[in-house]
Design a protein around this ligand. Structure first.
Ligand code: FES
Length: 577
């Protein structure tokens, strides 16, 4: 039912004829806000993840002003509320440790303040799922304003100009530097050439995967996730977000009316067509659980088997997000896979997904390919199971060397990241390209926070021999910008007694992507003997959010949310005294 002025949540703070409402109005007038605006307009929270240490969000302070303009144009009253910024590169030990903290913060910011709806300004990897998880749980009308990808850059090598972007190229050039094919001066020059502007990573990494998924869920304006951060269209999009959220309040268009199993399956389809980040498997399940929707790794695998990668974007392809925008962006891609989508799903525009993408055609078939001409042969996501991953593991098959799609090799096991890094630098390391590198104690509880350590570096000895890919297995995650034959998110993780804890050097590990299997070829009696002797690693934190996290985080196949935040139980409204 459309809301009237008298239904506004913010009036609980401002409209009563008591001393408390008097002081609320008084304090807002102290800030220059007029009494008639407090009583006559919907109050809009602009949740802003800007910070001086988050280059992906460096422009969000200005974009907040554009959102405010839209809110005012539409008759609302904007209030900017800063939230945890979570710049992916700077925050240690890993932003994943704090995704749930951001989700809690957003839920509590919205709950505790006099606001009627929210615009979320975010985009770096964890800020999209983090802000959305909180907003879904709070349930107010919400629109997501994605930060947008940074611009492409060009790098000159040997007189040849090469387009470069963030993330994937860093790993590629690092391997070449280690192998001696990039010299010191070039390495220094590259440092300033790969990240040309504010905005999120411009490969199909986790950031662009998650903002695209958000658009497919119906929570952004049509096409919003593809607009480069520095394009004037981005500022205009931000203004329209501000305008639209006010209308959404009158329409009472909440996330609960937008998010359905159909919209989540649309999001999964988009993830696969994009060749999206494996991290999305964790985030999308966490989001679905916040919305009370059953979504499993098996669902994602089913979609991945049906929908090939058609976005020719790093790391599966060879273009960047700016090219994707010029090629028509996400609405054009969704038209290519329209037969696989549930087009009747509601969106923040008040219209269906199908109506939003109507007539948005592909403008460059080299970047957004037809279904008959996909990028490579591998699916974006393969969900593996077997005695090494009873609850599942994931792999980005499209970014793995096809020769490793079916592989058997001896394990070389590392119990922690420093031990592994030391070994990788050892020129006498006993390993060849058939070795399966294993890293454990890197999952949600064990690390803690499930950092992006799953793209284990190739041993330097093998890099010098020209090896660029190997099979790697871990309970960690991998950056969406990275590539390689990396089996990730092994669940349950080793630190809680998952079978990864039982692997020993020389054990044979068998991977078969087509069969979706991951097996440790050690007989059951021997595994039982090892389990009886296993001692849980003693890496428990005594205080702070990390302690709360370790005590309550769920496993990767369950979304790594805190167990008490999942589900749709109503967030209680605060008492106002
Ligand atoms: Fe922010 Fe990649 S570091 S999106």
């Amino acid at each position: 039912m459309p809301k009237s002025l008298h239904d506004l949540r913010s009036r609980r703070w401002f409209a009563a004829a008591d001393m408390r409402a008097f002081s609320h109005r008084q304090r807002m007038q102290q800030m220059g806000v007029r009494r008639e605006d407090l009583l006559g307009r919907p109050a809009i929270a602009i949740i802003n993840t800007w910070s001086d240490l988050s280059p992906c969000h460096a422009h969000l302070r200005e974009r907040a002003e554009a959102v405010k303009r839209g809110v005012l144009i539409a008759g609302g009253l904007p209030f900017e509320l800063p939230a945890l910024s979570l710049g992916e590169v700077m925050v240690k030990p890993t932003t994943m440790l704090y995704r749930n903290l951001l989700a809690m913060e957003v839920e509590e910011l919205l709950r505790s303040h006099p606001v009627d709806g929210a615009v979320l300004l975010a985009g770096c990897d964890k800020t999209t799922p983090g802000t959305l998880m909180g907003a879904i749980s709070m349930g107010l009308p919400t629109i997501f304003c994605p930060a947008g990808p940074m611009l492409n850059d060009r790098y000159l090598k040997g007189g040849q100009a090469q387009t470069v972007g963030a993330g994937t190229h860093t790993r590629m050039f690092w391997d070449e530097y280690q192998a001696g094919r990039v010299n010191e001066a070039e390495w220094v020059q590259l440092e300033s050439r790969m990240t040309r502007s504010a905005g999120t990573c411009n490969t199909m990494g986790t950031a662009s995967t998650m903002t695209s998924i958000t658009e497919a869920l119906g929570l952004t304006l049509p096409g919003a996730s593809s607009i480069p951060a520095m394009d004037s269209a981005h500022t205009r999009m931000a203004t329209t977000c501000g305008e639209r959220i006010v209308q959404m309040i009158w329409e009472d268009l909440t996330p609960a009316r937008i998010l359905t199993r159909g919209s989540f399956m649309n999001a999964a389809a988009v993830q696969m067509a994009l060749g999206g980040s494996t991290n999305a498997a964790v985030h999308i399940i966490a989001l679905a659980r916040r919305a009370g929707i059953e979504l499993t790794l098996a669902d994602l695998d089913t979609v991945a088997r049906r929908i090939p990668v058609i976005a020719n974007l790093f790391p599966s392809g060879d273009r960047l997000m700016e090219d994707f925008y010029y090629a028509g962006g996400l609405p054009a891609l969704m038209n290519v896979i329209a037969a696989e989508l549930s087009l009747g799903e509601m969106t923040v525009t008040g219209a269906s997904l199908g109506a939003n993408i109507l007539g948005r055609d592909v403008l460059d078939a080299q970047v957004i390919r037809p279904l008959q001409d996909p990028v490579g042969s591998g699916a974006a996501l393969a969900v593996l199971r077997g005695n090494l991953a009873p609850h599942g593991a994931v792999m980005k098959a499209s970014a793995a060397n096809p020769k490793f799609h079916k592989h058997r090799g001896p394990a070389l096991v590392f119990d922690n990241q420093p031990q592994m890094l030391r070994a990788m630098a050892d020129l006498k390391l006993e390993a060849d390209e058939n070795t399966v590198l294993v890293l454990r104690n890197a999952g949600p509880v064990g690390a803690p926070g499930m950092p992006e350590w799953g793209n284990l570096p190739i041993p330097k000895k093998l890099l010098l021999q020209g090896v660029r890919d190997m099979v790697r297995v871990s309970d960690a995650r991998m950056s969406g910008t990275h590539y390689g034959s990396c089996v990730l998110h092994v669940s349950p993780e080793s630190a809680v007694g998952g079978p990864l804890a039982l692997v020993q050097n020389g054990d044979i590990i068998a991977l078969d992507i087509e069969a979706r299997s991951l097996e440790l070829l050690v007989d059951a009696a021997e595994l039982a003997r090892r389990r009886a002797a296993w001692v849980a690693p003693n890496r428990r934190f005594a205080r702070g959010f990390t302690r709360l996290y370790q005590e309550h985080v769920t496993q990767a196949h369950e979304g790594c949310d805190l167990d008490f935040l999942q589900g749709t139980q109503a967030t209680p409204e605060p008492e106002i005294y």
